[in-house]
Ligand binder design. Structure first.
Ligand code: GLU
Length: 280
């Protein structure tokens, strides 16, 4: 069986222990399976991605002992390819421009956090707007009711091989409507794309067979599998792993600089110490 996986960080802050766990786990699984571990830089959020964070990602991962084939896929170099997909979806009547400012929803889609998407499905205010009405600053949203109708009654399923949500998960129209709603696929910066769509396109483009990532992204997988169906792309296997939490049980976020790999390195920790800290 082929096994190709990836670690796909966004260069919007320092890598912390949670990222180290994700990258090490994916790398170890690929090695055990005789497969391939890829690194992908998810820098579609052009307002927040920084070259210095990207450089730090390469440096931290090399220090951890990880290796990957070059060149690395940097999503900011592929906007034209993503745009062609958006054009195709628009031509099928599945997108509409949206000017609603929902900073929280956008934040959730560019750096998904546990539970956020579940709390904030978009109410569909702009759903009646035609694409010809798109103005600078408008995002592009998926018309979920139309997308569900187009895919038909069998919305598909995915298998999770991880310990947190093991088993086969069927997509369900009511659940998708309640948790995801009309997701942003095209970011308000015209010509750019949201995380959720770029990741789906690149998982297929790179031949990813196993997506290994944190359980905070479990809910969004349902939306990503729906996009795979709409775009006739294969559905990989998923492995959502446990989240690394701080001593208060809170999930680590990019702002937790105290748990940044760079901080541990500066304090003299070894890669073996990091492995032990995350339970590998
Ligand atoms: N770029 C995403 C993040 O840093 C990861 C996406 C994924 O693994 O699918 O949260």
């Amino acid at each position: 069986m082929t096994f190709t996986t990836r670690f796909a960080p966004s260069p919007t802050g320092p890598l912390h222990l949670g990222h180290a766990y994700s990258a090490l786990l994916a790398h170890d699984m690929a090695r055990e399976a005789g497969g391939t571990f890829l690194l992908r830089i998810e820098d579609t959020d052009i307002a927040r991605a920084r070259p210095e964070w990207e450089a730090q990602i390469y440096d931290d991962l090399h220090w951890l002992g990880l290796a990957w084939p070059e060149p690395v896929l940097r999503q900011s170099e592929h906007f034209a390819r993503y745009d062609a997909t958006l054009d195709g979806l628009a031509a099928r009547g599945l997108l509409y421009p949206c000017c609603c400012t929902r900073a929280d929803i956008r934040a959730a889609l560019s750096a998904p956090q546990e539970g956020v998407a579940a709390e904030a499905p978009y109410p569909g205010t702009c759903r009646g707007r035609p694409m010809s009405d798109r103005r600078p600053g408008d995002a592009l949203r998926l018309n979920l009711p139309r997308a569900l109708a187009e895919v038909g009654p069998d919305l598909g399923a995915f298998t999770d091989l991880g310990p947190v949500h093991p088993g086969t998960h069927r997509l369900d129209a009511a659940a998708l409507t309640a948790t995801q709603g009309d997701a942003v696929l095209g970011r308000k910066e015209i010509g750019t794309v949201s995380y959720v769509l770029a990741a789906v396109l690149d998982d297929a483009w790179q031949g990813i067979t196993h997506v290994v990532r944190g359980a905070d992204l479990f809910e969004i997988t349902f939306l990503q599998v729906l996009l795979q169906k709409l775009l006739q792309l294969p559905t990989p296997s998923y492995y959502h792993h446990k989240l690394i939490r701080d001593e208060h049980g809170k999930r680590l976020a990019k702002r937790d600089d105290s748990r940044a790999i760079a901080t541990y390195r500066a304090e003299g920790a070894t890669p073996g110490d990091i492995r032990r800290l995350v339970g590998l």
